[in-house]
Design a protein around this ligand. Structure first.
Ligand code: UTP
Length: 227
């Protein structure tokens, strides 16, 4: 069986304020096409559309669980749209997977599987870590606006970036900065950090560009590696 890689495709990489960023989606799919010797589970994030929905509903007396459920629906909508750009030759699972059980079945039947969120209280990074465990993947690629994990908010003066991190260091940072709040999160959430530590899943952080995604597949990326 070919090696399976789980990708957390940050929503901001494939959406913009008008909806889906078709150009970015097409470039992302091209990288999957050029890497046919791997299988992929791609977990698509919510990006701007999710934030827009969640922000518009915040402070209306609605529960965090409800706001998270709205976020999950948007991630699935994004996944549904992104999947449609993949050609038949990629052997894509025809549905957006909604459970870990379904992910296990889907990965046996297809080369590429798309999904969004799973349950309230986590982010699509947590989902990607859970899916790695479910399908037996030892490599998680995190594509987001930052290719590096920093010791504090990267916009603050003196912020230090890490080339390499241990699982314990990642978890300590997620604990410090990643308190769960619908629509607002640190680069990698606490749940995700705990799971990758427990199951020894290597995490490669890379930017959204197709080049950085392609390089992360081979381990030549410029970004933080956690192992
Ligand atoms: P994302 O995973 O996209 O969160 O899910 P994010 O980190 O805010 O965004 P980007 O895409 O990296 O910019 C969007 C929102 O959906 C809810 C959370 O509220 C999250 O902030 N969500 C998502 C869940 O509650 N559970 C899930 O399994 C996935």
């Amino acid at each position: 069986m070919d090696k399976i890689i789980c990708v957390s495709l940050g929503g901001s990489g494939v959406t913009n304020s008008s909806g889906i960023d078709k150009k970015s989606v097409k470039k992302f799919i091209k990288v999957l096409e050029r890497n046919k010797k791997y299988r992929f589970v791609v977990v698509v994030g919510g990006g701007k559309p999710a934030r827009m929905y969640i922000d518009s509903l915040r402070h209306s007396g609605l529960s965090n669980q409800f706001l998270d459920s709205v976020g999950i629906l948007v991630t699935r909508l994004n996944a549904f749209a992104v999947k449609e750009f993949a050609p038949k030759s990629l052997k894509v699972y025809p549905k957006i997977v909604e459970t870990l059980k379904e992910a296990k079945v889907a990965r046996k039947k297809s080369r590429v599987v798309f999904m969004g969120g799973l349950h309230p209280g986590i982010t699509t990074d947590g989902v990607t870590a859970l899916v790695c465990e479910a399908v037996g993947s030892k490599l998680l690629i995190n594509l987001s606006s930052e290719a590096y994990v920093y010791d504090r908010n990267p916009t603050l003066p003196g912020a230090k970036r890490f080339e390499k991190l241990s699982y314990d260091q990642l978890l300590a940072l997620a604990r410090k900065y990643g308190r769960p709040q619908p629509g607002l999160n640190f680069i990698f959430d606490i749940t995700a950090s705990k799971i990758v530590k427990k199951s020894k899943i290597e995490v490669r952080f890379a930017g959204y560009s197709p080049e950085s995604f392609a390089k992360a597949i081979t381990g030549d990326h410029k970004g933080t590696t956690v192992r």
